[in-house]
Design a protein around this ligand. Structure first.
Ligand code: NAD
Length: 323
């Protein structure tokens, strides 16, 4: 049986990816970030927890990473710090986790001789679209320390293919949303404020446009890469449809049947040159080589997200700005 390691397995996308892999019959080892509460993030309540080999540890520790990768066939490396606002105030930790952490995993995978290393990039590396739809040849523009750290990690991963023949594929997902996403992201932020009964909700700029994928579609995109041997290459995982955040807000208000007043909260506005105004992806490269495409419509995906948050509202801090 193929043995797969998922880093960032305690997180939003990683936890869904672990579950999808278990359902498909893979043997899954999952990294949850070590903490003194022995808290396993979103895997804590997973019905598949008994089928997953969970390990707590830290990507920043090269000794730990070397042990983590022992006897593994395929690595899905998702573990990262991902909040853009927090990267303004703690950029060093993004270098330590996203760049050094990725280097530690690449070195461990090289020494272990894994058969595939799927590294997770992000559409944020493209910055505001210079042309659309954005294909893999679009220039990279580091508009935040987060984006800069992911560009560096992507380049380190590709360098391990060029220098050491490590079988690296770079997955570049556009924005994912769905159950379990944290309230620092705009969709859960809107939904939690509305569902907690607030009549005035605080948001940042609603004009940016994003290419949104329901999280299970994103996971299927990752899994489709298992069939490819296009090492040293990058693959976008995008829906190919864009919505402004205002359009997303309007859809959520319609689905929840609520009316609210919008207050622009200055602390949620990003510095002008840092805000990525538009991301619309082109996944034709992935689609030409696999049968993957986004299946879940935005209305269906938002309804599933609202229903999840309704059931788990007490776990969200809807009254504060979650960075
Ligand atoms: N959410 C999106 O829309 C999106 C879009 C494109 C790319 N991505 C990428 O997908 C990956 C997963 O993102 P997500 O949205 O699930 O974020 P997330 O924050 O929910 O998950 C990331 C996980 O990494 C873990 N982690 C952080 N530092 C660690 C460390 N030092 N050691 C071990 N684990 C550590 C955290 O515990 C966290 O659960 C990231 O690489 C991110 O850059 C996300």
């Amino acid at each position: 049986m193929v043995k797969i390691l998922v880093t960032g397995a305690d997180g939003f996308i990683g936890s869904h990816l672990c579950e999808s892999l278990v359902k498909k019959g893979f043997c899954v080892r999952a990294l949850s970030q070590y903490n003194s509460f022995n808290f396993w993030g979103h895997l804590e309540k997973s019905e598949f927890l008994k089928d997953i080999k969970l390990i707590s540890g830290d990507l920043r520790d090269s000794f730990f990473c070397a042990k983590l990768v022992k006897d593994i066939d395929v690595v899905f490396h998702l573990g990262a710090l991902i909040a853009i606002p927090y990267s303004y105030i703690a950029p060093q930790s993004y270098v330590d986790t996203n760049i050094q952490g990725t280097l530690n995993m690449l070195e461990a995978a090289k020494n272990e001789g894994v058969s595939k290393f799927i590294h997770t990039s992000t559409s944020e590396v493209y910055g505001s679209a210079i042309y659309t739809p954005i294909d893999e040849k679009h220039p990279l523009q580091p508009q935040s320390p987060y984006s800069a750290s992911k560009i560096s990690a992507d380049m380190m991963a590709l360098s391990y293919y060029n220098s050491f023949d490590l079988p690296v594929i770079v997955a570049r997902p556009f924005n994912a949303y769905g159950p379990r996403q944290s309230a620092r992201a705009i969709i859960p932020s809107i939904i939690t404020q509305i569902l907690s009964g607030q009549k005035e909700i605080k948001l940042g700029d609603l004009s940016p446009k994003r290419d949104l994928n329901f999280v299970l579609d994103t996971c299927e995109g990752f899994i489709s890469l298992l069939n490819l041997n296009n090492f040293g290459e990058v693959f976008n995982i995008a829906s190919g449809i864009e919505y402004s955040m205002q359009e997303v807000l309007d859809k959520i208000l319609k689905l929840t049947n609520k009316e609210v007043k919008i207050i622009t909260d200055k602390q949620r506005l990003r510095p002008k040159n840092s805000e990525v105004t538009r991301l619309l992806g082109d996944s034709s490269k992935l689609k030409a080589k696999t049968s993957w495409s986004s299946k879940i419509s935005i209305d269906e995906g938002l309804a599933l997200t609202i229903s999840y948050i309704e059931k788990n509202l007490s776990e969200y801090k809807s009254g504060i700005y979650n960075v």
